[in-house]
Design a protein around this ligand. Structure first.
Ligand SMILES: Cc1ncc(COP(=O)(O)O)c(C=O)c1O
Length: 419
């Protein structure tokens, strides 16, 4: 990485980012394996300095959406101004080519072809487009988990009301012993009428990473299509979508990519595009062209364009380093509380089955009350979760989180647990 970092020019408007004062840190880190760099607090302090953090509390709730580094935020604001200045001239001239360039870059990040991917507003729009685009018949079945995200479960329920299809829900164990345990769980819910299986790449309430490829292989062997909810996995874990061999993949970019709010992706494997019904009509594209799914009308185009800047920052850090640091942070605090008499971890013990996100409860304390105490008495921001078998506060550090902040959290948890 040279000192000028990753200056880019898009459509004539310079929206460059610069590594600036952290360039020496990156030069020093070159050649250090990500697993070793993960615990180098000096390096990560340089990344932390890129963010403008609120001093009032320690933010351990970065799963909802991710704060943007200042440079990325400024680049986004510059794009808002630029589009506003050119107004309809921009929309009628440069808009489409520039959005296509973003789509191509995102496809590169996802490891797929640009004609298998569209930019959406978020995971909800992406996955609901698939669920609603299916040609459901009465008696058809879909398989999913109780721990899946509520919006998608409700969308499936809506199809059940509308078409008489049937939804079957499994319940994921908190600490599986093997991939087979999970694969068998999903396999057991499949019947000859099953057409679609939804699976989270990373369960949002527990941080549990599921063996998606093995589940997809099992489902495909039974003639069932697979839709992956990647809201939390994209730009958090190192992978390429085609390696999962799923049929559909949806993700939000305002979570781990650090893009501005209101940005997501939908991947549809080439051979699945034709049969999917679009939600909005569009005669401009053939049935096999994924852009037929993307006619959402006039929208804030700068949200699409500024994804470029978030990718710049993301790539400057590097996905391998990012994943290693986030897993290190989670393991750093969870290993200090695992086994405590009243503390219950709701995240798998095997470190390869989780990354940044973990969930922890204290026996006898409602998650909402625990979150309230953490905020009011210890100035730590989290979120209480009470869904299916997950009862605890979700703890989600980010690249700007320090181990000193996690020490404060661990001390607070132990104080509350022994009170
Ligand atoms: C697993 C999962 N799926 C889907 C969503 C929906 O994401 P969005 O609100 O960005 O559409 C979330 C949001 O937290 C999530 O955690």
């Amino acid at each position: 990485m040279n000192k000028r970092g990753f200056l880019r020019t898009l459509g004539g408007a310079s929206v460059g980012l610069s590594l600036g004062d952290v360039a020496p840190l990156f030069a020093e880190a070159q050649g250090t394996p990500p697993a070793d760099l993960a615990s180098d607090e000096r390096f990560w302090a340089g990344i932390r300095a890129k963010y403008k953090l609120k001093p009032d509390y320690i933010n351990l709730e970065n799963g909802y959406y991710s704060m943007q580094p200042q440079e990325v935020l400024e680049a986004f604001i510059a794009r808002v101004r630029e589009v506003n200045t050119e107004a309809s001239y921009y929309m009628r001239t440069r808009q489409y080519a520039e959005k296509d360039a973003v789509r191509a870059r995102l496809a590169g990040l996802a490891g797929c072809s640009p004609d298998e991917l569209i930019i959406t507003r978020n995971t909800t729009e992406s996955l609901d487009t698939v669920i609603a685009g299916f040609d459901w018949k009465a008696g058809d079945e879909a398989v999913m988990a109780e721990q899946d995200y509520g919006a998608m479960l409700e969308m499936f329920d809506l199809q059940a009301r509308r078409y008489g299809m049937v939804n079957r829900r499994v319940s994921l164990p908190l600490d599986p012993k093997s991939d087979d345990e999970i694969v068998s769980l999903y396999a057991g819910a499949i019947t000859p009428r099953t057409r679609l299986l939804m699976v989270c790449h990373m369960v949002n309430i527990s941080g549990h990473i599921l063996p998606v490829r093995k589940i997809a292989d099992m489902a495909h062997a039974r003639g069932v299509q697979v839709m992956v909810d990647g809201a939390h996995a994209f730009a958090h874990l190192e992978f390429a979508i085609p390696d999962l061999d799923c049929d559909y993949y949806g993700a939000s970019l305002h979570k781990w990519l650090g893009a501005n709010l209101g940005a997501g992706i939908l991947y549809v494997r080439r051979d699945r595009i034709e049969k999917l019904w679009p939600i909005y009509g569009d005669k401009n594209f053939a049935d096999g062209d994924i852009r037929k799914l993307n006619h959402t009308g006039t929208h804030p185009v700068h949200t699409d364009l500024a994804i470029m800047n978030a990718i710049d920052f993301h790539e400057s850090v590097g996905i391998a380093r990012k994943e290693a640091r986030l897993r290190h942070l989670q393991n750093y605090w969870t290993r200090q509380v695992r086994g405590h008499a009243r503390i219950r971890l709701n995240t798998p013990t095997d470190p390869s089955r989780s990354c940044a996100i973990a969930n922890v409860g204290i026996e006898g304390i409602a998650p909402r009350d625990l979150a309230k105490t953490l905020l009011e008495k210890h100035r730590i921001w989290t979120v209480g979760i009470e869904t299916a078998n997950v009862h605890g506060v979700r703890i989600t550090p980010h690249l700007f989180t320090t181990t000193a902040e996690l020490d404060t959290f661990v001390a607070a948890l132990k104080t509350i647990a022994t009170a």
